[in-house]
Write a protein that binds this ligand. Structure first.
Ligand SMILES: [Zn+2]
Ligand SMILES: [Zn+2]
Length: 302
């Protein structure tokens, strides 16, 4: 089970109801942030998320509404008993921006930080993290500065068919554990192969995009995703403005989800000009019905 908490949903400036961008993903006790705008720490407090769980921060791009909260978070977790390495991933320029950020205030850094600057080619889905149970890839998008979209994949996993175990008289936990790890066992002189009692299930996929104008790479990255989180800065009547500033409308986000055959779309990064995002949502739902408009502290279980 993967849980996503949306910590901020406004573009550029925080409003009374919406903070700037950050998404928190938790999988098997490990926390990952996608962007970390100003005020993210406080949003985590309100959402009841322990900041010390964050092991990786994936930066989509270096506009302030996506990154200005990183330094505060590092200072806070450095003053807790954080002993892990904090991995920070981002587009070209990330090493330099992180250097300036770490030197922008006076503090003693106590966190072991590993900065990974990635340089994927256009159209290339680049592997960023490959861990035992999940992987993360990214792809360059098209914004006014280098911007990345990320895809988080749960790896295919082995599940135990308990009914099959019962039929074979298999009730012992350690033996079932061995079979689930792909090892054969013997029960009362009878050999049992892992494939007799286990099956493989596909993992979940979540696509989280940075700011961008609509490009085919979005469809590539969102292909068959269980959840797509996409910016929808403007309504369709301001499509020209969206193109001028390299952003998207809700309807354009919905077209991506539809063409990618994704299962669910969440719209975010709303312009502060909209007191209500109902129209944005209606325009998107006309194209892709399973769309929701994000609100701060929204939780989605995938
Ligand atoms: Zn933005
Ligand atoms: Zn931006």
């Amino acid at each position: 089970m993967v849980e996503v908490t949306i910590l901020g949903t406004s573009s550029m400036v925080p409003t009374k109801d919406r903070n700037v961008q950050a998404f928190y993903l938790e999988f098997e006790g490990e926390g990952m942030l996608f962007d970390c705008g100003e005020g993210t720490q406080r949003q985590m407090n309100i959402a009841g998320i322990s900041r010390g769980k964050v092991r990786r921060i994936f930066i989509t791009h270096w506009h302030g509404d996506h990154v200005a909260g990183i330094i505060g978070l590092i200072q806070t977790i450095g003053n807790s008993n954080y002993t892990d390495t904090l991995h920070i991933y981002g587009p070209p320029g990330t090493k330099e921006h992180m250097f300036h950020m770490m030197n922008a205030t006076i503090f003693e850094n106590k966190v072991d930080i590993d900065v990974h600057e990635v340089h994927p080619r256009f159209g290339e889905e680049f592997l960023v993290v490959d861990s035992e149970k999940y992987k993360v890839t990214c792809i360059p998008l098209d914004h006014s500065v280098p911007s990345l979209g990320y895809a988080w994949y749960e790896k295919e996993r082995t599940r135990v068919d308990m009914a099959a175990c019962k039929r074979l008289g298999l009730t012992e936990g350690p033996l079932i554990g061995k079979l689930s790890r792909g090892q054969p066992v013997t029960l009362e002189g009878k050999a049992i192969k892992p494939e007799d009692v286990t099956y493989r299930t596909a993992g979940k996929k979540i696509a989280i995009f940075g700011d961008t104008q609509p490009v085919p790479e979005l469809i590539q990255l969102a292909r068959d995703a269980d959840l797509v989180i996409c910016e929808a800065t403007y309504n369709s009547d301001l499509e020209d403005k969206a193109a001028e500033f390299k952003h998207m409308t809700g309807a354009q986000a919905a077209m991506v989800a539809q063409r990618a055959e994704a299962r669910k779309l969440i719209l975010t990064h709303f312009s502060q000009r909209y007191l209500s995002v109902e129209q944005t949502l209606d325009e998107a739902r006309a194209v892709f019905p399973n769309t929701e408009a994000a609100f701060d502290l929204m939780k989605i279980t995938v």
